[in-house]
Design a protein around this ligand. Structure first.
Ligand code: C2E
Ligand code: MG
Ligand code: MG
Length: 786
């Protein structure tokens, strides 16, 4: 008997114990749901903060577009607000600005519990509500200075000083149309863009305003709980954590027929119930207690029935639920984080990167270039007269125009370039791989041209122009911010200059680049109008005077400046990319001429053509261009020698070495021009498929006066021979040099001593002769002077 009674009692105790465990689990679920729900709302405010931080200025349209986007799927449970910080001295201008924007009733007002908001007396600073998601609330709360009420004011101060999410926990909301006005406000500080906020002093100085989330407690928690699937047999109460034992809850939700008396409810009264659970809820620097009680004293009715099975299920269920919840939590968090990051770095109108993302990129680029990566440029672009479009055709039209501008920008920049919108009509482009400032100028010019073509928007033809400020990386610039300042100043310069143009940050650079661009333009025209001409210089076999080849050297018969040698325009052509067109012309012209000589039967065995390193690097398909040209004129590739300078070969990357190999395979010869002036490493001689060395004229010039020079030249000749390469000496001007070269075993030479570069008719005469006599001194035989 006694044993049985003890057994029953044990079962009952066990049952009650299990019942309590289950209740606690349910209470825990409620707390989790409420906490997660509040977190999800708070994330919206973080989004908004990130948005403000990333933009220099946010317009009312941008505010509503952004908040609409982040609140999509949420109802109006939470309101979002932007309150800038306005100082005493800024007040008048600030209010005036709102009037100018059409908000003629805008005043800075003081908070009052009765909802009548009198115009604020003079204070040191104000945080008036400026933008808000509250529909039709402008009449009510618009302009209210949030610091005119102590709780809000304290929370703003905490948010500002600690750079944190601060909560005004238990406040009376302003909206007089709502019955239960108990709510809480969440404040996040926004500091002035690009300003430090590491210390309290800096934070106070540089605060721009606060973003605010306004919550009506009952509405928020009701919504969160309504959406969740939870057992419905409990009552829920929310108290601020620091509320006194007898104070009323800020939120309560009792199931119909709840046995817990509705009034008055306090922490103290709930704690007298047989079951109750108190769970912490927190947001920012505030915390609450969520009290959960069974709706009808006891929890669960058919206790014995689940006694055994439920116990087992419960354990499994708890483990599964825990795993499931933590997995979901992790996933949700991750999703939220990516989204926040995305939003914080994107311009909502155009989906371009925003200023924040741009600065990040710029910081990276700057650091990379400091470490030796190729330089880059920042182009700061402003659409001229955009404001007029906005004012005359409306913001919607302005927005469309901006989108079209972006489309054109995107079509022009290279894949490796980075485009961002800084807000308004300002854009920034990070152009990477800028080896020469002229490339940035070329890009700016193309952008300028593209944007100057009229836009057709909704049947309106809109013509705008653009101004661009350019800053080019250099080690002298102190950092990315300084570079932005330079680009900005350059942009002002461009505006000053009458707009529709680009300017560099430095006056000198600006002049140089504009000059180069001008020359490049002229050069382009020169190719079309046949102002270019090839001169030819014979290459001579020293022993016999026989012409073994000729080198084509380009000249420019400039309309106003007369005959120009390559030194005055090839470097510019290289910098501006014009060298590609120029190179094509030269190759075609040389081949055409060679074909003519071949037809006459006087062609030299080799025609040497200079190829610029830029051609090797930038021409997408140099070998097929050359092959095509040779085909066009039916030239045997073996009759062509490509001259490349030593430095080009040294810089040649794997890709270019393939190009070189292909050219060799095609059958053209390859010579190293200006041998000896480049690098000290001779490794490339064994790496690249070279036929001939051209000894640089600097060396040849001094062979007879400087014994060390002479030694170098002798060594170079021997080296060439040992590698099985031909050698030709450049810039031979005197008989003494010829004698030296013969003695050193050099077979061929080129230089004024034999002939200057001459026009086609003259070289044709020389070719007919097949040999040249020296221009200076007495006639001499070149038979082995050695
Ligand atoms: P380079 O290929 O080394 O050409 C030899 C240069 O030395 C030519 O100058 C030629 O006129 C000059 N020269 C020849 N013999 C003598 C001499 O005895 N004494 C002196 N002092 N100079 C002599 P040019 O025609 O002014 O060309 C200069 C450079 O411009 C060339 O150097 C070449 O690198 C480049 N260049 C010329 N034509 C072309 C071309 O068609 N395409 C490319 N990419 N570059 C070219
Ligand atoms: Mg040459
Ligand atoms: Mg040379």
């Amino acid at each position: 008997m006694a044993v049985a009674a003890r057994g029953v009692e044990f079962h009952l105790r066990l049952g009650r114990q299990t019942e309590k465990t289950k209740f606690n689990n349910v209470a825990g679920d409620y707390a989790t749901v409420v906490q997660n729900g509040i977190n999800a709302y708070l994330e919206k405010i973080l989004d908004l903060q990130a948005f403000f931080e990333a933009s220099e200025q946010v317009t009312t349209t941008e505010f509503s577009m952004f908040t609409e986007k982040i609140l999509a799927g949420y109802d109006s449970t939470m309101r979002l607000v932007w309150s800038p910080r306005i100082t005493k001295t800024e007040r008048t201008a600030f209010v005036q600005k709102q009037h100018d924007n059409g908000e003629t009733n805008y005043r800075i007002r003081s908070w009052r519990a009765d909802g009548l908001l009198p115009v604020s007396p003079v204070r040191e600073e104000y945080y008036p509500i400026l933008y808000t998601t509250i529909e039709g609330a402008k009449a009510g709360t618009y302009g209210t200075d949030l610091t005119s009420e102590p709780q809000r004011s304290n929370a703003i101060a905490r948010a500002r000083d600690n750079d944190t999410l601060a909560i005004a926990q238990d406040v009376v909301l302003l909206n007089p149309f709502v019955q239960n006005r108990s709510g809480f406000l969440a404040f996040l500080p926004v500091y002035r863009w690009g300003m430090r906020h590491d210390s309290v002093v800096e934070r106070r100085r540089n605060i721009l305003g606060v973003v605010v989330g306004v919550f009506r407690t009952s509405k928020v928690i009701d919504r969160v709980l309504d959406k969740a699937t939870l057992p419905r047999n409990v009552d829920v109460y929310l108290f601020p954590a620091n509320a006194s034992a007898d104070s009323a809850p800020v939120y309560m939700r009792q199931v119909p027929g709840s046995e817990v008396p509705k009034d008055p409810v306090s922490k103290a009264s709930l704690m007298t119930l047989p079951y109750w659970a108190s769970l912490p809820i927190s947001a920012g620097d505030a915390s609450w207690n969520l009290f959960v009680t069974p709706a009808n004293g006891e929890f669960g009715s058919n206790m014995r029935a689940w006694l055994v099975s439920a116990l087992i299920l419960l354990v499994f269920g708890a483990v599964l639920a825990y795993l499931w919840a933590s997995l979901r939590h992790a996933l949700r968090l991750e999703g939220a984080n990516t989204r926040i990051l995305e939003l914080a770095q994107t311009d909502i109108l155009t989906s371009l990167a925003n200023r924040r993302a741009f600065m990040k990129r710029l910081n990276m680029a700057f650091a990379a270039s400091l470490r030796g990566a190729p330089a880059f440029a920042v182009l700061y672009l402003d659409v001229d007269d955009f404001k007029d479009v906005n004012d005359t055709l409306g913001h919607a039209m302005g927005d469309k125009l901006l989108k079209d501008v972006v489309a054109r920008l995107k079509a022009i920049v290279r894949e490796e370039d980075f485009v961002a919108r800084f807000g308004g009509d300002e854009f920034a482009i990070l152009a990477s791989n800028i080896v020469d400032p002229t490339q940035a100028a070329t890009l700016a010019m193309r952008i300028g041209e593209a944007l100057a073509k009229p836009f057709l928007i909704d049947g309106h033809k809109i013509a705008v122009t653009s101004s661009i400020g350019i800053a080019v990386f250099s080690r002298e610039i102190s950092g990315p911010e300084a570079m932005m300042v330079q680009a900005d100043l350059a942009l002002y310069g461009a505006k000053d200059e009458g707009r529709n143009c680009y300017r560099f940050h430095s006056r000198d650079l600006d002049r140089q680049v504009h000059e180069r661009v001008r020359v490049a333009d002229e050069l382009r025209a020169a190719i079309e109008t046949n102002e270019l001409e090839l001169y030819y210089q014979p290459q001579v076999e020293l022993a016999t005077g026989r012409v073994t080849g000729i080198e084509a050297l380009v000249r420019w018969n400039h309309k106003t400046r007369g005959l120009l040698t390559p030194a005055s325009f090839i470097p510019i052509a290289e910098r501006t990319g014009m060298i590609l067109a120029l190179g094509n012309w030269i190759f075609d012209e040389a081949c055409r001429q060679l074909r003519a000589w071949q037809a006459e039967g006087i062609a030299p065995p080799v025609l040497a053509i200079n190829v610029s390193g830029v051609q090797l690097k930038s021409a997408s398909d140099l070998e097929s261009e050359i092959e095509e040209c040779l085909d066009r004129w039916s030239i045997n590739p073996g009759n062509i020698e490509l001259e490349l300078t030593e430095s080009v070969l040294m810089e040649a990357t794997q890709k270019h070495s393939v190009t070189l190999e292909n050219l060799r395979r095609l059958g053209t010869k390859i010579a190293i021009d200006d041998f000896g002036t480049g690098y000290s490493s001779l490794k490339y001689l064994t790496t690249y498929p070279v036929n001939r060395l051209k000894l640089a004229q600097e060396f040849v010039f001094r062979v007879t006066v400087d014994y060390r020079n002479a030694a170098v030249v002798r060594a170079a000749i021997r080296l060439a021979h040992e590698l099985g390469l031909d050698v030709i000496a450049e810039g031979v001007e005197t008989e003494a040099q010829v004698r030296f070269l013969l003695g050193a075993g050099c077979e061929q030479a080129q230089g004024y001593y034999f002939s200057r570069p001459v026009r086609v008719d003259e070289i044709t005469t020389i070719l007919r002769e097949g040999r040249v006599e020296p221009k200076t001194g007495t006639t001499r035989r070149f038979t082995s002077a050695a």
